[in-house]
Design a protein around this ligand. Structure first.
Ligand SMILES: [Mn+2]
Length: 316
């Protein structure tokens, strides 16, 4: 992991006037929460700052402070801050709309260090990095900022489940609780309002799943046709549900988007699915990773990914 010093990051921010924050495509709680917390601080510093974010926000995260989000590129930007994006591809075409210094803040071990300044650490979430930065800089932790940071940290650790969740992760949240954060309020908002269609799609994914490799691997597939049938394309949390079944070590969920197929991989403890994803042009972490696959390549890539997982499961 590598990093420009925090003071250099601060100087770069200090000297900028107009700053745009870029979330990654198909935004999740970490990229959104981290961006919101940082943007609120930049505004507090008196900067012209906004979050340029075009993709739909997951419905359970609509309670977050979206007031600084814009759908078109702001003009005269002199600093770009990419949040939670392991490579420029995760920023789709938005990066190309600016000609400015780029700060890359992220926690993916697979980060390609594409920024002019890279602030990349293998913490459990980018939210944890933003928390540390804001704390160091003496930022005010108001309600919206704390809600955003908790959302980033809780969702990206899969509720403090993943191995990257450290004592520091818990200390960060403990500090926020000391300052008035209410986890139960946020947990209910994030996890307690799931649409029935989504639950039914989860049921489909479970019912139609195949279990193999001595009952250690579970595989499920959700086509566009199935999504249309169930009236939702929200496949979030399904792969974790599959992973959490007794005896299962690895879950593979494929789902089709308008453009391609995505493979989501989750493992409990025995297999590093991040390294498998990397071999197929994807990325992620030890216990959670993803791969995008063109429609034509999908059957063969899925087959090879499953083969790789099987080989590693057998080896143990
Ligand atoms: Mn993240």
């Amino acid at each position: 992991m590598t990093a420009t010093s925090l003071s250099q990051i601060y100087q770069t921010i200090k000297t900028a006037n107009s700053i745009v924050i870029l979330t990654h495509m198909k935004p999740d709680g970490d990229t959104l929460g981290s961006s919101i917390a940082l943007c609120r601080y930049l505004r507090y510093l008196g900067k012209e700052a906004s979050i340029y974010q075009r993709d739909p926000i997951p419905s359970n995260l609509s309670f977050l402070d979206t007031s600084h989000m814009v759908q078109t590129a702001p003009s005269d930007v002199d600093l770009i801050i990419a949040i939670d994006s392991s490579d420029p591809g995760r920023l789709d075409s938005r990066l190309g709309e600016f000609n400015a210094t780029l700060i890359n803040i992220d926690h993916h071990q697979t980060n390609t260090l594409y920024g002019d300044h890279n602030y990349v650490f293998a913490t459990a979430s980018t939210g944890e990095i933003i928390y540390q930065m804001l704390k160091e800089w003496g930022a005010p932790f108001d309600q919206e900022t704390m809600d955003a940071l908790y959302t980033a940290i809780a969702t990206d650790t899969n509720r403090f489940y993943y191995r990257s969740t450290s004592a520091e992760t818990h200390r960060a949240v403990a500090d926020l609780i000391d300052q008035g954060l209410e986890p139960i309020k946020l947990n209910t908002l994030i996890y307690g309002q799931i649409p029935l269609e989504k639950k039914k799609l989860q049921a489909y994914a479970l019912q139609s799943a195949q279990i193999q490799s001595d009952d250690q691997m579970i595989i499920s597939e959700i086509s566009r046709k199935t999504q249309a049938l169930y009236g939702t394309n929200d496949t979030d949390d399904i792969v974790e549900m599959l992973r959490d079944i007794a005896g299962i070590e690895v879950a593979v969920l494929s789902y089709q988007t308008a453009e391609d197929w995505r493979l989501s991989l989750r493992s409990k403890q025995k297999i590093d699915v991040g390294s498998i994803a990397l071999e197929f042009g994807g990325g992620g972490h030890y216990g959670a990773a993803g791969i995008a696959v063109a429609n034509n390549d999908y059957p063969s890539v899925l087959h090879r990914v499953i083969e790789q997982i099987e080989a590693k499961l057998v080896k143990r």
